[in-house]
Ligand binder design. Sequence first.
Ligand SMILES: O=C(O)COP(=O)(O)O
Ligand SMILES: [Mg+2]
Length: 232
Amino acid sequence: MQRPIIVFDLDGTLIDTAPDLLESLNHSLAAGDLPAVDEIGFKGFVGHGGRVMIERAFAARQKALAAAEHDRLHSLFVDHYTINIPGKSRPYPGVLPAIARFEEAGYLLAICTNKYEANSLALIEALGMTKHFAAIAGQDTFAFRKPDPRHLLETIRRAGGDPDRAVMVGDSQTDIDTAKAAGIPVVAVDFGYTDRHVSEFEPSRVISHFDELTPDLAARLIAAAHPARQMP
Ligand SMILES: O=C(O)COP(=O)(O)O
Ligand SMILES: [Mg+2]
């Protein structure tokens, strides 16, 4: 039988990247004469990559954003973010012990994120975590991205995992919708980046600390998602 797999979202789930994303966002908004966004506003803009973050910041101020200007501000954002990796970004409390528990239990680990693949690889490498992941797929890795379920399914395939023995962990509606559309149980962390509480999006389970994320919980969620497999 194939090894089970646990797939993590990146921003707001595995790594607290908000301080750096916010700095880079405000760097680009300033170049577009838009006032800085605060941490609260940021939570409503994140989840679909930098381009959408900028678009939402302009929409929130009811300010028009022409395509060429959008491109210019987005490249300022990406350049600023890329140069500063890893910045202040760090894994959330309990992430490293949780990774160790899942490795010990024989799980494959992967990352499915709407960050660019290059930024994701660089960040995970800078934090010394690359060795833990069988695949890291960003928004530009395939021709589709979250909430398209194929982003998650292809990440699992690339890692050598089985979608029937998989669990997703995320912080946003995007992650929850993606996992549900893929037929994969999803654990939502309640400390990430969303302007509405994750429980509203009805994940399989909500946790407030990585200490709650155990192989036992994952096994129960996988079993509940595939009841037919439990029958004799
Ligand atoms: O950068 C974003 O907007 C979202 O990234 P995530 O998918 O890792 O949460
Ligand atoms: Mg996220």
